[in-house]
Design a binder for this molecule. Structure first.
Ligand code: ASP
Length: 404
């Protein structure tokens, strides 16, 4: 029998998980006790591989570029694209939330409480990017620190190499080993998707959505509009790629992100998808891990929608300057949001505080955070992939111009 393509397998797993989840709504504990652990095993394997994978693939990427300036130019393009699309995303979120504010339910706000974690500011985020110990970034799975460490060692190797380029095959061999191990784990993703999604559906049966269905709908409208408009236009005009081909090629990663709600977890599949779509390996191995850590367009949309919703429950109407503040803080907050489930909700506290909204309001949306999260993670990783495609295309054009 011919083997089904991985994307079809993941799709079947997704549909089966939804049906099995609905069938198990009245026995959700069964799904949580016996199915979820296999999803956790799968996610653990991904988390295990992602640290060394990013470390060696960035290093191998830097070495293959042979030029520190090229890394700088790619880094600058990537960060500018990430910041602009995130600011755009939050604007879309605020726009739709204001448009549909009249439809939002007004929920009771007395007796709410939400314990915000210590507030995160920009300087703390900056300092925490730099590791103070060689092993700690891997132990804590701190992606930004792993990226900084691999860049430094990659640069050191380049400088040591000098003119008579040394033999760097050891790094490439290590990179190949981890890529192969990742491929093996990715083959298990249909099982992972089923085991991750089924308990979520079983636990959040349709009734739970209740009064928040409209708020979720508005967030999903924002997600879809942002992906369809911004990513389609940017891959079309900056990389000359048909948006349909882009989204088709991204399907396995999209379905995986939707089920796992983790950008970092989706990283290996995202790398495969973008490379198949024609992104350069050395570029995507740098752009994607960075994006999984600092680029969160879906999270920004969610923060915009939830700020307006929470404000309206408290009977507060946000002013225009307050909305601008939200655009700025949510863009910065997205840099500090880790690519793991639920991180965006923690950062919502920072956004609410910036405009004086009560942080306790987060309790209103916390119950269905996972449903918000599945959509926002999907948008997050699609944004990262669009950047890898665009930067690859721009670098190719630049190389041609230099040759000409
Ligand atoms: N789960 C999201 C991600 O991994 C982050 C968030 O919670 O918004 O991209």
């Amino acid at each position: 029998m011919k083997k089904l393509p991985l994307s079809t397998q993941i799709f079947i797993a997704l549909i089966l998980a939804i049906f099995a989840g609905i069938a198990l709504t009245s026995h959700a504990s069964l799904a949580v006790t016996y199915i979820k652990p296999f999803g956790t095993i799968f996610l653990n394997l991904i988390k295990w591989i992602v640290g060394p994978l990013v470390f060696f693939s960035i290093m191998a990427g830097v070495i293959s570029m042979r030029d520190i300036r090229k890394v700088g130019s790619i880094g600058a393009k990537t960060v500018v694209y990430y910041l602009c699309t995130t600011a755009f995303a939050i604007t879309i979120g605020l726009f739709f939330a204001n448009l549909f504010r009249g439809f939002f339910p007004v929920l009771q706000t007395t007796d709410l409480s939400y314990e915000a974690s210590a507030s995160v500011n920009f300087m703390d985020t900056l300092v925490s990017m730099f590791p103070s110990n060689f092993i700690a970034p891997f132990v804590n799975a701190n992606m930004l620190q792993i990226i900084v460490a691999s860049l430094l060692i990659g640069f050191a190797l380049l400088l040591l190499g000098g003119e008579n380029v040394r033999d760097f095959s050891a790094v490439e061999t290590l990179n190949d080993i981890f890529l192969k191990a990742m491929e093996m784990i990715v083959q298990l993703s249909p099982i992972g998707v089923f085991c991750l999604l089924c308990p979520v559906v079983a636990e959040n049966g349709p009734a739970v959505l209740g009064s928040l269905a409209k708020v979720l709908l508005v967030a999903y409208i924002g997600y879809v509009v942002h992906a369809v408009v911004v990513y389609s236009l940017s891959v079309k005009f900056a990389a000359g790629m048909s948006p349909l081909d882009f989204f088709r090629g991204m399907l396995p990663a999209i379905m995986f992100a939707f089920s796992s709600a983790s950008s970092v977890g989706t990283l290996p599949i995202n790398m495969e998808c973008t490379e198949k779509l024609g992104a350069d390996k050395d570029i995507s191995s740098f752009v994607l891990p960075l994006g999984a850590t600092i680029n969160m367009d879906g999270t920004a949309i969610y923060q915009g929608v939830c700020s307006i919703f929470i404000a309206s429950c408290y009977g507060i109407t946000l002013t225009f300057p307050q909305m601008i503040t939200i655009v700025l803080t949510a863009t910065l907050a997205s840099i500090g949001t880790a690519g793991v489930p639920g991180a965006g909700m923690v950062m919502l506290a920072m956004v609410l505080q910036s405009v004086g909204l009560p942080v306790d309001g987060i309790a209103l949306v916390a119950g269905v955070d996972r449903i918000f999260d599945m959509g926002r993670t999907t948008v997050n990783i699609t944004g990262d992939a669009s950047c890898a495609i665009i930067v690859s295309a721009l670098e190719r054009k630049k190389a041609q111009r230099v040759k000409a």
